[in-house]
Design a protein. Structure first.
Length: 561
């Protein structure tokens, strides 16, 4: 058989399929069942993040099969490969949690290496857990070959004593158990029913915040973010994703054609309107860097100040993503924000239509309890804020949903790393009015900026959620709520002001003014800085040590350089 001129869509794979010198490569492909006819077709990589380490990803194989079917039906050749996942919820509170953010970089690198190295023409990524999604999107932005993202969907809520429960309730019950408000038997009963099956965490935590951002950005199919994992529509969506990828290839539409500054602004707008996870700041900064889009933490504050908070969703509200799905999903939020002139409706999406055009074809239920009208919001400003001040000169992030007008002032309770703080909280040593400082948990110091849901949930579980502020150079789970300030930059490990604090220093967290300060003069800070010595690194070898050496500031997305 004589190979014809390669199709336009074979912009990379033709190097292997149409060069006489690549006969050995073709021989290896045929060993896997690839035919001579297949050599004429585009090659599409499917990065399938299925694994047995988390309910977020345990079911993804069936979606990968659906994507394959869609690609084959549209005359493409699918090639599936896997990459890693670290479950935040399972590693939370252990030393293993330090690997979570590091896994984002490994996921991005591994997808890039396989797709680039095997000369794939297009890419579909299928993911579920928190760092899966930004890792996939970083790779998609880097590679800039026609691509589409698919989310595995969220878990359904569990049932306990006649009410919906989820993993957030279990973490908070641990704090209540330590205080004596919950028995061990009650805690055990809750843990057995909170997670009834496959899917990512139910509330608007990091996974659902990121899936929302990606759909709004136009890089996944409409409805992708909010359809539950067990919903039969998901398998149909998988097939559609494969067919859509082939259309993107034929039209040569690349991710950076879609992931514009307007697309990022749309994603931020919806996230802050819904009270999404603080982690979206880290992740969108990282994705934007790979897409070569100028985005800074100041963009989040600018947009949040002009965006109403309109969602009653956990962790600060009452509902989960499966509830929102019943009323139209993320489209319901986008329609209301678009009608208010708060979204760029002309932003392009993977469907080949604009965001506004996609929304025209989606029916939503207006009379529902989850999303308010824009002119009657839960708060006139968004659910995230960027703080500055002498304690965070390069910025810090807070989820302000429910606390927009609060000012906290109190003595610093200073802890070097999370375990010491958690033990103090469990022993009842933290009192109302305290400002808990957890430092040396930043990108370099942790390393890896581990999430601190165990700490924040313990505070909430002890009834101190509105009375104790927490400030850290680490980060929080999307399930955290209350006055929790993370991503303080510069971090302690590089001598940031948080490293200079002492027990009892007066800290002021002024949310309305967007300020985070310690009552010290510049001269006092300078004297303390001169006496400061860095702590020895927690890890001298391995992946954590490598990340610590390469990681940038949280204010830049904590990406590796």
């Amino acid at each position: 058989m004589t190979l014809t001129k390669p199709a336009r869509a074979k912009h990379r794979s033709a190097e292997i399929t149409h060069d006489p010198q690549r006969a050995p490569a073709r021989a290896m492909l045929m060993a896997m069942g690839i035919t001579q006819q297949d050599m004429e077709k585009p090659f599409v990589a499917i990065a399938n993040l299925a694994s047995d380490v988390t309910p977020c990803n345990v079911h993804l194989d069936r979606f990968a099969q659906g994507v394959k079917e869609g690609i084959r039906a549209a005359d493409g050749v699918p090639f599936q490969f896997g990459t890693i996942t670290v479950s935040d919820g399972i590693s939370m509170g252990t030393e293993g949690m330090k690997t979570s953010l590091v896994s984002r970089e490994v996921i991005a690198d591994s997808i890039e290496l396989v797709t680039f190295g095997e000369r794939m023409d297009g890419l579909v990524t299928i993911a579920g857990c928190d760092k899966n999604m930004p890792g996939c999107m970083m790779a998609i932005a880097r590679l800039n070959v026609p691509a589409i993202f698919m989310y595995g969907g969220s878990i359904m809520p569990g049932q306990h004593n006649g009410r919906d429960v989820n993993i957030q309730d279990v973490f908070e019950a641990v704090g209540a158990y330590a205080k004596g408000d919950v028995t061990y038997e009650e805690l055990k009963e809750l843990e057995c029913v909170a997670c009834p099956g496959e899917g990512s965490c139910a509330g608007l935590f990091t996974a659902n915040t990121m899936s929302t951002a990606i759909e709004v950005m136009g890089m996944s199919l409409p409805g992708d973010a909010s359809i539950p994992a067990i919903d039969p529509r998901k398998l149909g969506e998988a097939r559609d994703a494969g067919r859509t990828l082939m259309r993107l290839l034929e039209a040569d539409v690349r991710p950076r054609d879609i992931m514009t500054k307007q697309a990022f602004e749309n994603a931020i707008t919806v996230a802050v309107a819904m009270g999404g996870s603080t982690n979206i700041v880290l992740h969108l900064l990282a994705i934007a860097r790979e897409a070569e889009v100028p985005l800074s933490i100041d963009d989040f504050e600018r947009i949040s100040q002009n965006t109403p908070y309109i969602a009653d969703m956990k962790p600060a509200g009452r509902y989960v993503m499966a509830d929102l799905s019943r009323y139209g999903g993320i489209a319901l939020v986008m329609k209301r924000l678009l009608q208010a002139g708060l979204l760029h409706g002309d932003a392009m999406t993977v469907t080949g239509r604009t965001l506004a055009q996609n929304l025209e074809g989606i029916s939503v239920i207006e009379d529902q309890p989850v999303i308010t009208q824009v002119d009657t919001p839960r708060s006139p400003t968004g659910g995230l804020a960027i703080l500055r001040g002498n304690l965070a000169p390069d910025g810090a992030v807070i989820k302000v949903a429910g606390h927009q007008e609060r000012v906290y002032r109190g003595p610093a309770r200073v802890f070097d790393q999370e375990p010491a703080a958690f033990r103090a909280i469990q022993r009842g040593e933290i009192k109302a009015g305290d400002i808990v400082i957890i430092r040396y948990e930043g990108p370099k110091g942790g390393p890896g900026m581990q999430e601190m849901l165990a700490v924040t949930a313990a505070i909430v579980g002890q009834g101190l959620g509105d009375d104790v502020a927490l400030v850290t150079d680490g980060r929080f789970s999307g399930a955290s709520h209350g006055p929790m300030v993370g991503h303080v930059a510069p971090e302690a490990a590089v001598g940031g002001p948080i490293a200079l604090l002492r027990e009892g220093d007066e800290i002021t967290l002024d949310i309305p003014a967007r300020q985070l300060n310690v009552r010290l003069t510049e001269e006092e800070l300078t004297d303390r800085r001169a006496a400061w010595q860095p702590l020895p690194p927690n890890y001298a070898t391995g992946a954590l040590a490598k990340y610590a050496k390469l990681a940038s500031s949280a204010s830049e997305g904590a990406v590796t350089r």
